[in-house]
Design a protein. Structure first.
Ligand SMILES: *Cc1c(COP(=O)(O)O)cnc(C)c1O
Length: 366
């Protein structure tokens, strides 16, 4: 019986051909034709006017926050239930993360909690589209507009995710994506930044490349970074974009199989709520009883099925700790499991996973 991993990249299509083209032409660093081809194809896919590629999804966030001028003295509202990069990049700018709770059903940030967290120092809200479900972009966009706040979208887990037909990342002042090996489309490591205004976009392009002057060689007049993506990464990315619809469709089919097969059990699947396209970056379950989470994971591990626990709350990490309680985020975070979610999963493997989960709950009743 072969082990089923929680994720595996989908590397068919033109991936090898495009990477080989980089090798044979020698364009292996951060210049080359694939960079703009990938950026343009990505922008078109999500419905943005421009996009700029970067080395990974974490520096994408840092670049986007920096380009907006967020820094010391500013507060940025962020869900405590998120991946740590959302919070670390806020801290890296010198700003203060203000944690808020999430919603039980969608797992996304609670707009009412955002409203209650606004102070005179609030500069921005970071909406994180967690595990492929969108946040409530009507409520969050309205809140930001009415209170003069910047909106940052962390779409690392939201490629293929839409709110009322509109792709996530097109609501915010800035938005970022990740192409890590387990993300819905991958470039190995990689990321993308979108910005609503042309000025912020220009700032991102400049900041990601040492702040070099567009008119004077080796002249640098702002503190900047090397956050560039390579042509090899972009070559993989372009091939991935070509397969994106297929990848997303298969992930949605997998989520439907889990939903159907697991519905009689004392758990819930992470289903789409409202007029949304859930891309199911990770197909997740939340067990009813806290004590089942780790036992079920151990049972699945015995059956050679790899899973992941939900992210622990960022507010509980030592370097960015807060004593405030986030009861809903805390509860779902301790009851959640990401199941194998990659597009290459076979019907046979899905059957094995669902049977193993069913057997766990049958055994528990005896
Ligand atoms: C993956 C991820 C990131 C960071 O992306 P990397 O490419 O791994 O640096 C940021 N935010 C969220 C929510 C993520 O899932």
């Amino acid at each position: 019986m072969s082990r089923i991993p929680v994720y595996e990249p989908y590397l068919g299509g033109n991936v090898s051909a495009y990477v080989n083209e980089c090798l044979t032409t020698g364009w292996i660093s951060s210049r080359g034709a694939f960079i703009s081809r990938f950026e343009n194809a990505f922008a078109e896919f999500v419905g943005a006017s421009q996009a700029t590629s970067v080395a990974n999804g974490t520096v994408a966030l840092h670049l986007a926050l920096d380009a907006l001028g967020i820094g010391a003295g500013d507060e940025v509202i962020v869900p405590s239930f998120t991946y740590i990069a959302s919070v670390n990049t806020i801290l890296q700018t010198g700003a203060t993360p203000i944690y808020v709770d999430s919603l039980e059903e969608t797992l996304q940030v609670d707009p009412r909690a955002i409203r209650n967290a606004i102070t005179p120092r609030t500069r921005a809200v970071m909406a994180v589209h967690l595990y492929g479900h969108p946040c409530d972009m009507d409520a969050i966009s309205t809140l930001c507009r009415d209170n003069g706040l910047l909106l940052v979208e962390d779409c690392a887990e939201g490629f293929g995710t839409r709110w009322k037909g509109r792709h996530v990342g097109t609501f915010g002042d800035v938005a970022t994506f990740s192409f890590f090996g387990n993300k819905t489309i991958t470039t190995g490591e990689g990321g993308m930044v979108l910005a609503r205004s042309a000025d912020v976009m220009d700032k991102c392009r400049r900041l990601k490349s040492q702040g070099v002057s567009p008119t004077r060689e080796y002249w640098h007049d702002i503190l900047a970074y090397n956050y560039r993506m390579t042509n090899i990464q972009a070559a993989i990315g372009l091939a991935q974009i070509e397969m994106a619809e297929e990848i997303i469709k298969r992930k949605q089919q997998i989520a439907t199989i889990y939903r159907t097969e697991l519905s009689p059990l004392p758990l819930r699947t992470h289903d789409p709520v409202g007029d949304v396209d859930h891309s199911h970056w990770m197909c997740s379950i939340v067990v009813d009883r806290l004590e089942d989470r780790d036992r079920l994971r151990a049972h699945l591990a015995d059956d050679e099925i790899e899973t992941r626990p939900f992210f622990p709350l960022a507010s509980q990490m030592p370097h960015c700790h807060s004593d405030q309680a986030f009861p809903i985020g805390d509860s779902v975070s301790k009851r959640g499991i990401n199941l194998p979610s990659y597009p290459g999963l076979t019907e046979g493997q899905l059957d094995r996973i669902c049977s193993s989960i069913t057997r766990y709950f049958e055994g528990r009743q005896r």
